[in-house]
Design a protein around this ligand. Structure first.
Ligand SMILES: [Mg+2]
Length: 272
């Protein structure tokens, strides 16, 4: 048996980059529901944000990958705890090896600010995050409920930014470029957590898996490289990286949720 799985980025992919709307994606979401294909969010967003979005889309509990691969959340209703290391998060198990958000905040604060301005979500607060992102204040509050990583806005020369990135790396972390922010986290990525989850589902259910992944930013490349079918959602805000042109990915002609919808339906209709 082959089980199909869809892994998707959110901002600029399933959600419009500027308005966060998803209405145009609904026909494909309905088809995924009808055909029983899990839609697995794999985003830099927090678990709290993604739970709210799942409810808005009318989706039931589903495995979810939060904060750029730092945490994998598995619904207790679908998965039995298979390791004592899994953490209890209400209706979900949390599988993670990441350091805490505070660990990264302490490190960010230890970096000299003479030549680089660093804005963190922690310092901005929900109000500041709302102003910078266009999110509503309640939505920004969910975005601030982080467990493993800290989005930063960096203002300075390319050299100063590179020095910051090197500093974080030298302390075992990384800085990943998303649609709006550079997120500081431990050594994790969307691709490795997707691979772990796809393999875990295959093993638990005794099946093979066929995966589709969709994304629009450099922090999606590890996920796209892991998928059987990879779709790069064109962005009005950035050019297509060479890794996409060379990677054999499908590249959409349009941006955002309409392109997402068409790509998912094409994949469902193909002989996978
Ligand atoms: Mg994105």
């Amino acid at each position: 048996m082959i089980k199909r799985l869809v892994f998707t980025d959110l901002d600029g992919t399933l959600l419009d980059h500027d308005t966060y709307e998803f209405e145009q994606a609904m026909p494909a979401i309905e088809r995924l529901k009808d055909e029983g294909v899990p839609l697995i969010f794999n985003s830099s967003k927090t678990f709290a944000e993604m739970q709210e979005l799942m409810a808005a889309l009318g989706l039931g509990p589903s495995p979810t990958i939060a904060e750029n691969g730092a945490g994998v959340f598995l619904p207790k209703a679908q998965f039995e705890r298979s390791s004592a290391g899994w953490l209890d998060r209400g209706d979900y198990w949390l599988v993670t090896q990441s350091e805490s958000r505070q660990h990264w905040l302490d490190l960010i604060h230890a970096f000299p600010r003479d030549e680089l301005s660093i804005q963190t979500f922690d310092a901005l607060g929900a109000q500041g995050v709302a102003e910078l992102t266009g999110l509503s204040v309640p939505a920004a509050r969910l975005a601030c409920q982080r467990e493993f990583s800290e989005p930063t806005s960096l203002q300075g020369s390319a050299q100063a930014i590179a020095a910051f990135v090197d500093f974080i790396k030298s302390h075992g972390g990384q800085v990943q470029q998303g649609g709006r922010f550079n997120t500081v986290s431990g050594d994790c990525d969307k691709g490795r957590s997707m691979r772990w989850l796809a393999d875990f589902i295959a093993q638990t259910e005794g099946c093979q898996v066929n995966t589709l992944a969709l994304g629009d930013a450099p922090n999606d490349l590890s996920m796209l490289n892991t998928a059987d079918t990879a779709v790069w959602i064109r962005s009005a805000h950035r050019s297509i990286p060479a890794a996409v042109s060379n990677g054999g990915f499908v590249v959409t002609t349009r941006p955002g949720p309409q392109a997402w919808c068409d790509a998912v339906i094409n994949w469902l209709m193909a002989d996978n």
